[in-house]
Design a protein around this ligand. Structure first.
Ligand SMILES: [Zn+2]
Length: 155
């Protein structure tokens, strides 16, 4: 994981506008969880957590964004895309990002931070990444203060 506080470059420089879009969709849906899938600086889809609205315990923001984009593109390979998410992906969502083959996951608050507000599965996304058949670049703690405000307000 590259901590954005110690970010030294690499293939992807996280984009504040794209994380802001994830924050905005979360706010619109009054949830701490928002996600964006982008290629370069172009947003393809946004999604917010819809578990209660859809009575679907799997309707996490990241999973919905991946499903929407795959449906839109009519393919399962989302390589070339970066997933921005206000909170570190849970093991389900990180696995989905790996199955989809996204290049990079950029997240705001870590699972340990989210855990102060609600129950979480204590498996960080790097653990899933390390044990996967392909590696996704991860950048954590990006705009974490802005994302923390969502947890304080909506969790
Ligand atoms: Zn999830």
């Amino acid at each position: 994981m590259i901590d954005s506080n110690h970010f030294n470059g690499g293939d992807v420089t996280p984009d504040t506008k794209l994380m802001q879009a994830a924050i905005d969709i979360a706010k619109t849906e009054k949830t701490p969880f928002g996600a964006v899938l982008a290629m370069g600086d172009q947003i393809f889809v946004t999604a917010a957590n819809q578990t209660k609205a859809l009575n679907d315990p799997t309707a996490h923001a990241e999973l919905l964004a991946i499903r929407k984009l795959a449906e839109h593109l009519q393919k399962t390979d989302l390589s070339g895309f970066t997933l921005y998410t206000t909170c570190e992906p849970c093991p389900m969502c990180m696995s989905a990002a790996i199955w989809a083959g996204v290049d990079t996951v950029v997240y705001g608050c870590s699972i340990s931070t989210i855990s102060k507000f609600m129950e979480q599965i204590q498996i960080d996304c790097e653990f899933v990444n390390r044990n996967a058949f392909r590696k996704v670049e991860t950048i954590g703690n990006f705009m974490k203060n802005e994302c923390l405000k969502l947890l304080k307000r909506y969790a």
